[in-house]
Ligand binder design. Sequence first.
Ligand code: ADP
Ligand code: MG
Length: 486
Amino acid sequence: MPIAPPPSLKSAWMKAIKNLADHPPTQDFLFWLGGISFKDEKENTISFTIKNNFIYKTIINKGYDKLIQKKLEELINISVICQWIVLDGEEEKRSKEEDTPKITEEIKSDTSFKNTPNLKIETIASGKTTISKITSINPTLNNKYTFENFIVGDNNRFAYNTAISITNRPGEEQNPCLIYGPVGLGKTHLMQSIGQALYQKNTKYKVVYLTAETFLNEFQEALKTQEQYKFKNKYRYVDVLLIDDIHDLQNKEATQEELFHTFEALYNSGKQMIFTCDKPPKELKNFTERLKSRFERGVVVSISQPSWETRFEIIKQNYKNYQTLVPAYLSDSVLRFIAKNINSNIRVLESALKTLANYNYSMNKEITPELAHTLLEDFIDKKKKKNRKDISLETILEVVSFYYEIEEENITSPSRSSDVIMARKIFIYLARHMTNYSTPQIGIFLERHHTSVLNAEKSIKKEIKNDNILAEQIKELINKVQEKSL
Ligand code: ADP
Ligand code: MG
């Protein structure tokens, strides 16, 4: 069904200014409002320029951006996306010097997407030849996640090349793109880099990033408040849609259905979509076939564990960035030690680096590989030691309950229904396998005799041996518990 174009956002903005003037906190709000100017609009996105970063930060911190968005939505009754473009100091100076602060903008970046990414955008001030740089900020993207900061290795080269090619030809043969792989290996980083590059090429491009969990929550909220119409429009007007961690929609049938329709609307109008997932789409459980097949319609790429050499490159870059904040010193051999000894995921690598750099800085003591070994003992021996004592029964219960959609209270209740019994057995298996809790301790947690815990453990172990699907589910649950316990 075609979607009717929304009413003019500019006129809504004019009305909003008047309306908001009568709305507390008037004085303060009006003061900051002075730093915002309407720039342009396209469908349900309205862009504003903000005089400088300080005003931008204040507006965000005080929540005025949300207030403005809410007001606009109230006035035109559809979901609105606000884009904030921050002008730098040059522009601010210029607008003080002359009384015609309006700028006519000429975006220098190529809008036909035939060239390689051009990350700089310039505007030319009217009347004068002053050129001022604009820092474009897409509120849904993290500035840290760019191609420039992404280290390419054998583990991600294909995914990276695909990503670059999407920025040159969005919405074409590589649409949609699905990036899959284990946690902490750069899926979000790469996905957002594509978004950043497209957005920086043309800030009129509506690039929206969100997690599948946000999609789910917003959809459920819309159902509750009967505002499905608003929700439907929100993501069907974008040019590039990035949805992270779609595995979180397993078992969420109604949300999958909604995503399917969003997908169809965007796909049919040639809009680029990118998804990430912790597994290949085929392996998604409790997922409608038609949505799974849509994910595979364009290109599917994976990111795997990086080699130690790639880890070394990543850690070197991280160290350089860290040094701009804290003047810590770590030798190359210490960085190599980290890269060689920590092979779980990049996030862990980053915290190991921070641990050593912090120690060096605050204790003023040189880090040798031997000291690094002592300080990183927990990281290195993670799976065997730290995880066991850091994983709580509550976390396991929460993960099992979410995964099988069975209330936590049911798992710990005396219920004898078969799915509850199964979930309970799996909980017991994970608790025994991943923690140091004894069967009597787990028995107390479940209000059961320890022999029942023992029997359940024996029985589930047998079942896992004979049932590949169950074994896969257990692996997945172990990963989820580990991720939640980091
Ligand atoms: P995922 O989404 O796969 O769980 P993230 O994208 O959140 O992983 O990556 C985790 C951390 O590791 C982030 O800080 C990210 O910047 C960093 N990282 C991952 N891969 C790379 C890479 N190839 N180059 C530089 N940093 C990386
Ligand atoms: Mg991620």
